[in-house]
Design a protein around this ligand. Structure first.
Ligand SMILES: Nc1ncnc2c1ncn2[C@@H]1O[C@H](COP(=O)(O)OP(=O)(O)OP(=O)(O)O)[C@@H](O)[C@H]1O
Length: 468
């Protein structure tokens, strides 16, 4: 007889425990019933509130748990039990250490909705757009539309938790919605590798190839995972070529630019860069505020503008952490039924704040730029219009705009109270020099110096340890 401990359901629970940690597991999953039905993992929830909560926050991890146990992709279906009438005013969500476990009646389940395997409910409208991620969002929108070759392949790269997976899954979902007859597939590079290895062992490459080469849209996440796997890279290249020759779409995501992943073969890199490569960055302050506001509203969390700004200002590493901060505040409000004050927010997310990257200070950027051009920082703050001073000022303003959360008027303030339109003009000027790969010249100790604008920005950024 199969021991309960070894059942697929308990393995899925173990997976969840390992991935999300005991605290969250105890809070949300320890008392839930899971069961595998064909290619679905069914989650029995006590009420629609709980379903919404799990759907919003844990759908992807449930899919992962299901797939890792079953060895193939599974979708998630939620089944809402009838809520017991005698429940009355009793709190619906009890902390896990409550003495009596909640019993969820199992009679007459109602299947609510399935998620398409692997992609959850991600969509492009839920992706909050700001200055730093608008190109990525536009490219995703174009790719999900009728699409042109410009965006094929479309390659997103950037640090963790910045929305790469969100965009990949949203493109797949949106394409399927726009054109249900198309075969669209999302898979992580790790799952691709596992399926490749299993098919090789089973000597069943035909069905593996059929599975991947017959698709209209293939989205592969975390392709850096393939870096040290030469055999899988070869198979992947063949898959890539066959999809590309059939004029189908490929979307990829990775933590680094394709040319920076050293162990990728040349042929793979050249395929990756043949379409559009888009960098994903941490959104700036205004967009982070919008993200906090939107996520809080979705979770039914009511917080003041002061708390929103506190979170947006202090959690600056990834959107995933921003989301984590809002979840933490939301869980606290649910459990304690208390309004979140600025003080409680500061206490609750203190661990995330301490991990936040400290941005460059305005003073440092101004000083370093001034010394690169051999002028003084007070000249940059003055009204002087000499060519070298004015170029140095524009470069410093541009770097401040790129690497800090400061608004145009705030930046103007650092340069002796310059008008915000002066800052906008300066940033546009540098941007257009970058786009035309222009050479700039200035006077250095009486001698003329010329360099490409890109090289100037790189040298100043390197001295400041800024990411270019
Ligand atoms: N601009 C955004 N608007 C709304 N939600 C966002 C945005 N960017 C990221 N998110 C959310 O942040 C979370 C993390 O994003 P995601 O998993 O897509 O990151 P990632 O870049 O793929 O990270 P990793 O490299 O670690 O896999 C997701 O819940 C996603 O929906």
């Amino acid at each position: 007889m199969t021991k309960l401990k070894d059942s697929p359901e308990s393995k899925a629970k173990e997976y969840l425990l390992e991935k999300i940690g005991r605290e969250k597991y105890e809070m949300w999953f320890s008392q839930l019933d899971l069961s595998f039905k064909k290619d679905k993992l069914q989650v029995l929830v006590p009420n629609s509130f709980m379903e919404g909560m799990l759907r919003r926050n844990y759908l992807a991890i449930l899919e992962e748990a299901g797939s890792s146990v079953s060895g193939s992709e599974v979708g998630i279906s939620f089944v809402v039990s009838r809520e017991p009438s005698q429940q009355g005013s009793e709190r619906r969500l009890k902390p896990a250490n409550a003495k009596k476990p909640l019993k969820y009646p199992k009679a007459r389940p109602v299947v609510v909705e399935d998620s398409p395997a692997g992609t959850g409910r991600y969509n492009l409208d839920d992706f909050i757009v700001g200055r730093k991620n608008k190109i990525a969002h536009r490219a995703a929108r174009a790719c999900a539309g009728s699409g042109s070759d410009l965006y094929n392949p479309l390659f997103f790269f950037g640090s963790y938790g910045l929305g790469k997976t969100h965009l990949l899954k949203a493109i797949v979902n949106e394409t399927t919605r726009n054109n249900p007859s198309l075969k669209c597939k999302y898979i992580s590079a790790e799952d691709f590798t596992n399926q490749f290895v299993n098919s090789t062992l089973r000597k069943d490459m035909n069905s593996f190839r059929k599975r991947f080469r017959g698709v209209d849209v293939l989205a592969i996440d975390d392709v850096h995972f393939l870096a040290s796997k030469k055999g899988t890279q070869e198979e992947f290249l063949n898959t890539f070529n066959s999809i590309d020759h059939a004029d189908k779409k490929i979307i990829l995501a990775s933590d680094s630019h394709p040319t920076m992943i050293e162990q990728f073969t040349e042929s793979l890199v050249s395929r990756f860069v043949s379409g559009m490569v888009v960098k994903m960055e941490m959104p700036e302050f205004e967009t982070r505020k919008k993200i906090v506001e939107t996520k809080a509203a979705k979770m039914g969390l009511k917080i003041s503008q002061e708390v929103i700004e506190y979170v947006a200002h202090n959690v600056t590493v990834s959107v995933r952490e921003l989301e984590g901060a809002v979840k933490k505040l939301s869980a606290q409000q649910l459990l304690l039924e208390k309004k979140i004050t600025l003080g409680s927010a500061q206490y609750l997310i203190s661990d995330m704040v301490s991990r936040a990257r400290s941005g460059p200070d305005a003073e440092g950027i101004i000083e370093t730029t001034a010394s690169f051009f051999n002028v003084s920082s007070s000249q940059l703050r003055s009204k002087a219009k000499a060519k070298t001073v004015s170029l140095a000022r524009s470069v410093a303003m541009y770097l401040l705009r790129e690497h800090s959360d400061m608004s145009y008027p705030e930046i103007g303030g650092c340069f002796g109270g310059k008008n915000h339109s002066t800052v906008i003009q300066a940033c546009r000027k540098v941007q257009s020099l970058i786009e035309s790969n222009a050479t700039v010249d200035w006077k250095h100790r009486g001698l003329k110096r010329s360099e490409k604008i890109g090289s100037v920005l790189k040298q100043v950024s390197d001295s400041l340890n800024l990411q270019s």
